[in-house]
Design a protein around this ligand. Structure first.
Ligand SMILES: [Mn+2]
Length: 439
């Protein structure tokens, strides 16, 4: 792959002499980190370019780019190769997603999937390899590659290349409870901890203090210790205490793992926390703030912090609301109707967190609803990896009602109109109850 990257650099250098460069990247953490690495590297290479962050690549948007410009797609594009076929542009794709079609002749694709035996990489890792190939000076962008890696959940699967990126960035790794930020006092971290959601603790100040007391962690020197400061014994005690609160401890492997402590603009930060705040800004509709934050712009960093706090607060209050809500509990499923009490922008995240929570058994389906401006947003999640296809379940109900379902077998969503609320809920229950009988 390094050979291909070198080739891409040469081609790009040649083509950019008389053509403009347009960079398009994805809006999630990995995409934003890819864009940040790439743009810093291009700046240092003294290439002019423009950058656009998108939620996904729809055909209409891609076709609007048809012309003379050089197009560079980061962290997306492998699934849209067909769109590029008829275009006049020279196109570069730096991506790690599955390749759906044949690679058209105007496209130069860099994707680890093309190289058998190669470790899975995130988009930001590919961009980092590109940047480092351009100049060793770009080694300082390695921290962004670590954040992208964590954002795309590659951290459980670290191969030789990621290992080197971690070394380049001088990231410290510590084994422990996966609660972030591990760099802030534990009382704050636990209070705003939504993943895992700890019943009676998340969003509950008194519950937090009680848990810390039970874990034997004391208020010392005017503050509680941060997670990364705990010694092995304290960490073990805290893990046990948290596990007990989470009722059935069946998912302990999800709660223990490596903490990644990274130097980010001269401050020690938790890579998961950075990833979550980048993601939050993008989701709240401010991807340009996410990007500015990654590039260290002071104004954007302050802005990002504000947006992130707001996001966390709305998430925690939504989860607390769900905790007390009358839910429809069926056999192997739960339906949560947030109506206007939960924002539609976070309903998917709320459903994901609940499906990951220890109280949600393997194979259980979570269906969550929230009002948006015009209708109702529905998110469906499957807990664990074995179980029914939630996309099919939604389709069965929604297509007759007149709607479209997007997503995967384990995470799907759709929009329905406000008048169909009752009908949707009763129909989805019918489908879920029937499927149980079939199984
Ligand atoms: Mn990615």
């Amino acid at each position: 792959m390094i050979k291909k990257i070198k080739e891409a650099i040469e081609k790009l250098d040649e083509l950019s002499k008389d053509k403009t460069i347009k960079v398009i990247s994805h809006f999630d953490t990995d995409g934003i980190c890819s864009a940040a690495i790439f743009s810093r590297a291009m700046e240092r290479w003294e290439k002019e370019f423009s950058i656009k962050i998108v939620k996904n690549l729809d055909e209409q948007f891609v076709k609007s780019l048809d012309g003379e410009d050089i197009l560079i797609f980061l962290d997306l594009g492998s699934g849209s190769l067909n769109y590029f076929k008829e275009m006049k542009n020279k196109i570069f794709v730096f991506d790690h997603h599955e390749i759906c079609d044949e690679v058209p002749s105007n496209v130069f694709l860099i994707n680890p999937v093309l190289h058998s035996g190669m470790e899975p990489l995130s988009g930001a890792a590919i961009c980092y390899l590109f940047a480092k190939e351009l100049s060793y000076e770009n080694k300082d962008l390695s921290g962004l590659a670590v954040i992208g890696m964590v954002g795309d959940l590659h951290e459980k699967n670290i191969g030789r290349i990621f290992d080197e990126i971690i070394k380049d960035s001088e990231t410290k790794i510590k084994k422990g409870l996966l609660i972030y930020p591990s760099t802030r006092p534990l009382d704050r971290a636990l209070e705003y901890c939504s993943n895992p959601f700890i019943p009676g603790v998340t969003g509950n100040r008194n519950g937090v203090l009680g848990l810390l007391r039970d874990a034997g962690i004391n208020f010392d020197d005017g503050r509680y210790k941060a997670l990364y400061e705990l010694d092995e014994k304290e960490m073990q005690k805290l893990i046990t205490t948290v596990m007990i609160r989470c009722a059935n401890g069946s998912k302990s492997e999800d709660m223990i793992g490596n903490l990644f402590l990274i130097k980010f603009f001269n401050k020690l930060e938790d890579a998961r926390e950075l990833s979550a705040s980048i993601n939050a800004c993008s989701r709240m509709g401010y991807p340009e703030v996410s990007l500015g934050f990654c590039l260290g712009n002071k104004k954007f960093r302050e802005e990002a912090e504000k947006i992130y706090i707001e996001y966390k607060q709305s998430l925690v209050s939504a989860l607390r609301y769900v905790d007390n809500l009358d839910k429809i509990n069926g056999k192997g499923y739960v339906i949560i109707n947030g109506q206007d009490k939960i924002k539609d922008t976070i309903i998917g995240t709320v459903a994901s967190i609940i499906s990951h929570s220890p109280s949600c058994s393997e194979g259980k389906i979570v269906i969550a609803l929230a009002y948006n401006e015009s209708g109702i947003k529905v998110s469906a999640r499957l807990s664990g990896s074995e179980g029914r296809n939630v996309r099919e379940v939604l389709s069965k109900v929604v297509i007759p009602l007149g709607g479209e379902v997007g997503g995967h077998p384990r995470a799907a969503g759709c929009l329905i109109s406000r008048e169909k609320e009752e009908e949707f809920i009763s129909e989805v229950q019918k489908v879920l109850d029937v499927e149980i009988v079939k199984v």
